[in-house]
Design a binder for this molecule. Structure first.
Ligand SMILES: [Zn+2]
Length: 144
């Protein structure tokens, strides 16, 4: 006899909910560190930026989340517009995954093929190059 919330299904639900709680707690911590317009105190420095001075595609991502937690959409976009665009996609992915785990079904998200990953890689590469070339229009906005 297995219940929906017992055994393996309960473990999957706990994993999804636990992941959501962890992300929520991290976001609350970012919110309360304040000063996101500068660099929030206590944040780790990106290893790529720390060693080369270049912005990786995820530089400014945590500050983007911190700004978003304060409702400052313009600042969030200026810190990392790619992370800002991906956050709602991740939120829907998490909600669908949690609901599917609760129902004991596999995640309903369509599988991303190699072309999808290639397209994401190209977007991240173009974004990275663009934000590191100060002479290119909008580079100042794209760099955190
Ligand atoms: Zn970085």
């Amino acid at each position: 006899m297995t219940g929906r919330v017992g055994g393996r299904v309960g473990g999957r639900v706990a994993a999804w909910v636990g992941g959501g709680v962890a992300v929520g707690a991290a976001t609350a911590w970012l919110h309360h560190t304040g000063g996101y317009a500068v660099a929030p105190a206590g944040l780790l420095t990106c290893p790529l930026h720390g060693t080369t001075g270049l912005w990786c595609p995820f530089c400014g991502g945590l500050r983007c989340v911190a700004a978003l937690s304060h409702g400052d959409l313009a600042a969030a976009a200026s810190f990392n517009v790619v992370v800002l665009v991906l956050l709602p996609v991740l939120a829907v992915w998490w909600a669908l995954g949690t609901r599917a785990a609760w129902a004991g079904r596999p995640h309903p998200w369509p599988r991303v093929g190699s072309r999808g990953y290639l397209a994401l890689g190209v977007v991240l590469l173009v974004f990275t190059v663009w934000r590191n070339l100060p002479a290119v229009p909008l580079a100042g906005f794209l760099a955190p």
